[in-house]
Design a protein around this ligand. Structure first.
Ligand code: URA
Ligand code: CA
Length: 434
């Protein structure tokens, strides 16, 4: 087989065979196929697209390029959740505790990540003593015993995806639906999930800016999952403004705890119940979405979900007393309010830029080497559609620096106030099951 023939076939709109796709992925991962040929193929895929069969084959070739996690020591159907990423997305923690409390095992591998705030792993490290390294045996044992464990990335998962993603980043081929969908799905499948629930974000703060594009991506991922034998479904959720109120690591842990106590922000709460209901049905613990939702509401109301969170923190050596007393989480030195300059209605909170404001405070990493300040961040006091009077606080800045002029400027620039009444955006835009 010759790589040039594969490139020409795709360039001319042909359908690549499973053997051709594996030849490319293996050859590229092994360093036998050079970057220039791999980038030519990515560009051909960008313009010519891939069939459902090609997408499934590409995904599995990337899965097989590295280690695959074996979760068979854990009883039950392992359902994983993946979010395409947003600003202030605190969902994983409360969601995991809720579904674990109704009996769906959560065996999660999470990342640190670049961006506005840390990943789930960074957030968990805001809890004193918490550690994210567990042996495989202890990981399985913990999930079997208390229903939930979260560990950092380990092993060599999907090296082909890592190499291809880096190549696509510098060759103008990131924004291709078949390439994005296979990239995301390969990582979830290699991590061992039996079933997958996807939260595809849409809007200003998301990877996909329009509902149409988000739907195309969601449909592509759902098809791949179902075609390779992992039940998959997706929801499209709004990211035109940050999710919940808190953006920052310790601040989001507090928000997660509040949510499990039934005092969370409305949107975060609703998102957890929507995603959680799908997970509970896929996990075989309820027959219908309505039934699943009632079960989740019950474990929040009776404290069982909060109890799972405490046991989980304790099992991973963290200080579970933060659940009762969230002031034991890292606290910033300064709290600075951001008074509205005019009265009206909040019409826009540009998620990306507000995320950047949190990053300026030190909540996220600009480069892989950056240190995160776990205590700092922003807490929104207003969301889109809320009325505001001049002088009322738009948000609170939690900082470890006295001068926050650049952060203030960014906030004023990207929170918009209109004199006309504005309605809140739709949180759940669609549910995609095929
Ligand atoms: N996220 C991924 O993991 N892969 C892509 O290709 C794009 C976004
Ligand atoms: Ca949040």
């Amino acid at each position: 087989m010759r790589m040039v023939d594969i490139i020409e076939k795709k360039r001319d709109g042909g359908e690549l065979s499973k053997e051709e796709i594996h030849f490319f992925v293996k050859g590229y991962t092994d360093g036998l196929i050079p970057d220039y040929q791999a980038s030519a193929l990515c560009m051909a895929i960008y313009f010519q697209d891939m069939t459902d069969q090609e997408r499934a084959d590409l995904t599995m070739a990337m899965v097989e390029s590295g280690d695959q996690i074996d979760l068979s020591a854990i009883a039950g159907i392992k359902v994983d959740k993946h979010s395409t990423g947003g600003v202030g997305d605190t969902t994983t923690l409360p969601l995991a505790a809720m579904v674990a409390a109704v009996g769906v095992p959560v065996a999660k591998m999470s990342g640190r990540g670049l961006g506005h705030t840390g990943g789930t792993i960074d957030k968990l490290e805001a809890i004193e003593g918490f550690h994210v390294e567990l042996s495989n045996d202890n990981f399985a044992k913990q999930v079997n015993e208390i229903g939930m464990a979260v560990i950092g990335q380990s092993g060599n998962l999907t090296p082909a995806d890592k190499m291809l993603y880096a190549l696509r980043d510098v060759t103008g081929t990131v924004s291709s639906i078949p390439l994005i969908a296979s990239s995301i799905m390969s990582k979830k499948i290699a991590a061992g999930a039996d079933a997958i629930v996807l939260d595809v974000k849409t809007g200003d703060g998301a990877f996909m800016k329009t509902v149409e594009d988000s739907k195309l991506l969601a449909q592509a991922m759902v098809k791949i999952g179902n075609n390779v034998g992992r039940k998959t479904m997706a929801i499209i959720s709004d990211m035109s403004q940050p999710l919940g109120f808190a953006i920052g690591n310790a601040l989001e842990v507090k928000e997660a705890i509040d949510t499990l106590k039934g005092n969370g922000p409305e949107d975060l709460n609703e998102l957890c119940y929507t995603l959680g209901s799908q997970m509970v049905v896929l996990g075989g613990k309820a027959k219908t979405i309505d039934e699943a939702r009632k079960m989740l509401e019950e474990v929040v109301a009776n404290g069982a979900a909060l109890e799972v969170l405490k046991k989980f923190i304790t099992a991973q050596d963290g200080d579970a007393s933060v659940v009762e007393d969230t002031t034991r989480l890292p606290q910033a030195q300064f709290e600075i309010e951001v008074p509205a300059k005019e009265s009206g209605y909040i019409s826009k909170i540009e998620a990306d830029d507000i995320g950047t404001a949190a990053m300026l405070l030190g909540a996220g990493r600009a480069t892989k080497e950056s240190e995160i300040d776990l205590a700092v961040g922003l807490v929104l006091r207003k969301k889109i559609g809320d009325p505001v009077t001049q002088g009322e606080s738009l948000m609170t800045i939690y900082a470890n620096q006295q001068n926050v002029d650049d952060v203030l400027a960014k906030i004023y620039q990207h929170v918009h106030i209109s004199s006309n009444k504005v309605s809140a955006p739709n949180l759940i835009e669609a549910v995609i099951t095929e």
